[in-house]
Design a protein around this ligand. Structure first.
Ligand code: MD3
Ligand code: FE
Length: 217
């Protein structure tokens, strides 16, 4: 690991390389958990969580919402980014400054100097919810990384390769863990195994994941 890049991490906030251009900053979001949580409630008051439907007609077990000038949506016609929340008919709420600061700091630690997210997808996993192995390829610019922030219950993350058939690595993502996925791993398959029931003191009986993307031009 490049010592200089990570010199200002606090003790206990190690950085691990998960794969090529993929870095886990364990517990990196812990110091800002209260602010993140407050700001998340403000976003969700305007854009409530909802279960989207896949193009195949299945209701997703993960509930979702978005902040930013673009939001990820799925319906029977397909997956896409849209400026408008189809539930409210209004633009998605802005990405809170606390979210932006955390995402920029994390990207910077992983060597991405100018991360400009325009979309923050918010995923909520109740017990038994899962996200099957998939690629994220609706974004227009793959040179910018994706930053993910895990809150609440732990999850087993599957990190595969460029092909669906590549055997995935497994790692546990815990409350406060931040992962930065760049260049070489940007199009890797990945997923989340079914969440085990439990209770987190701040977040309650679920897992929440924030993923920051640059989706537009
Ligand atoms: C690796 N979310 O929203 S975040 C998703 O925990 C998604 O909710 C998972 O996959 C979650 O699309 C995983 C980590 C993540 C996000 C995007 C990636 C890992 C990635 C894109 C490429 C490679
Ligand atoms: Fe994904």
């Amino acid at each position: 690991m490049n010592g200089d890049l990570f010199a200002d991490l606090e003790p206990g906030q190690g950085c691990e390389a998960l794969g090529l251009d993929a870095f886990i900053l364990r517990r990196f979001a812990l110091p800002s958990e209260q602010l993140l949580w407050q700001d998340l409630q403000l976003v969700l008051a305007r854009a409530p969580m909802r279960h989207m439907v896949t193009p195949g007609g299945f209701r997703m077990s993960v509930a979702m919402s978005n902040a930013g000038s673009l939001g990820w949506v799925s319906d029977k016609t397909g997956y896409r980014y849209d400026e408008i929340d189809p539930v409210s008919g209004l633009p998605w709420p802005a990405i809170p400054t606390s979210f932006m600061a955390l995402a920029a700091q994390a990207a910077h630690h992983a060597g991405f100097k100018a991360f400009q997210p325009d979309a923050c997808l918010i995923n909520r996993y109740a017990p038994e919810s899962k996200l099957s192995l998939h690629q994220d390829k609706n974004e227009l610019d793959f040179t910018q990384p994706i930053v993910s922030v895990s809150l609440g219950l732990s999850a087993t993350f599957l990190f595969g390769g460029a092909l669906r058939t590549d055997k995935p690595l497994r790692t546990i993502l815990q409350h406060g863990d931040v992962v930065v996925w760049g260049g070489a791993s940007r199009l890797n398959y990945h997923g989340i195994l079914p969440i085990k029931p439990g209770r987190h003191p701040l977040v309650g009986e679920c897992r929440i994941n924030l993923t920051f993307r640059h989706a537009g031009r």
